[in-house]
Design a protein around this ligand. Structure first.
Ligand SMILES: [Zn+2]
Length: 71
């Protein structure tokens, strides 16, 4: 399995799905859920799809890991 980070296009997702991902977040720094994220980027790493953005409140990196059912 590739250990490279493979870029994916977050904008290929439909608007409703994008909004859900941007709103449904968990921030490790704020220790709060659903603060939202900005500047989303999507990629695949070791067979797992991640959506990475910055917390709307503190600006820290927020990572959402997608399970099989979600992609
Ligand atoms: Zn935060």
């Amino acid at each position: 399995m590739s250990e490279e980070r493979i870029e994916r296009d977050f904008m290929n997702r439909d608007e409703q799905e994008r909004r859900a991902f941007l709103e449904q977040t968990w921030c490790d720094k704020c220790l709060q859920e659903n603060l939202g994220m900005k500047e989303p980027a999507e990629y695949e790493y070791k067979g797992i799809v991640f959506i990475e953005g910055k917390c709307n409140q503190c600006g820290e990196i927020v990572l959402t890991e997608l399970t099989d059912e979600e992609f």
